[in-house]
Design a protein around this ligand. Structure first.
Ligand code: MD3
Ligand code: FE
Length: 199
């Protein structure tokens, strides 16, 4: 694993193509029970990423603000996190504690995610694990404080990133998607899974 800032690990091509297609199959029933939705910000702006979650809590944003909730906006509990996804967490972190939330982000051709910190979880000593599936994405990593130098790297299907230590509270975002660069999703786009210990 290559280290950029302390605690940032990229597991390039951790998942082979069979593991990637198996994961997409495991996501199908989740997306059926908890469809992707377009979150809005407190100011009423629609985010360009579509999302849903699995686990005992999921991240949502609406005109009341953002927070973790035990239910999908449609009212039903989030589906369970499949074992195939929990195994990626175990393999890359070696932790006995398992994540209680798996955020599923879908990026279309023009989806971006601005630089932000992930600070809605109770304990930042747990890492965040990200799994990239589908089209390549230009990921940008900054510092624990706003401003300063950033580093960009392309994330490809099958890559897994572990953010612990100083990286856990660093600013990060997605600048662009290389639409249809992968054939994993026939309609194109990128799915990113982020695994977190929230509570
Ligand atoms: C660095 N997701 O869901 S994944 C997010 O590709 C998020 O969907 C992006 O940022 C995506 O919050 C980036 C890589 C990632 C995820 C969480 C992090 C990097 C991180 C948390 C702390 C530091
Ligand atoms: Fe984030």
């Amino acid at each position: 694993a290559r280290l950029l800032i302390q605690g940032f690990e990229v597991w390039k091509s951790h998942l082979d193509s069979k593991a990637q297609t198996d994961l997409i199959q495991d996501l199908r029933p989740i997306l059926k029970g908890a469809p992707l939705f377009s979150p809005t910000t407190a100011s009423g702006k629609k985010m360009s990423v579509r999302m849903t979650s699995a686990g005992s809590c999921g991240w949502i944003s609406d005109t009341s603000g953002y927070r973790y909730e035990p239910n999908h906006p449609g009212g039903r509990a989030w589906p369970a996190i499949p074992d195939s996804i929990l195994s990626i967490w175990r393999d890359t972190t070696g932790l006995d504690r398992l994540p209680d939330s798996c955020l599923i982000n879908y990026y279309g051709e023009d989806t971006k995610m601005g630089l932000h910190q992930d600070k809605d979880e109770a304990d930042f000593s747990w890492p965040v694990v990200s799994v990239s599936l589908g089209d390549d994405a230009l990921f940008r990593m900054g510092n624990p404080t706003r401003g300063g130098k950033t580093e960009s790297l392309w994330l490809s299907s099958g890559d897994v990133v572990v953010m612990g230590g100083e990286a856990r509270l660093s600013y990060h975002g997605i600048d662009r998607i290389r639409f249809k660069s992968s054939r994993l999703l026939p309609k194109g786009g990128r799915i990113n899974l982020t695994l977190r210990v929230v509570t």
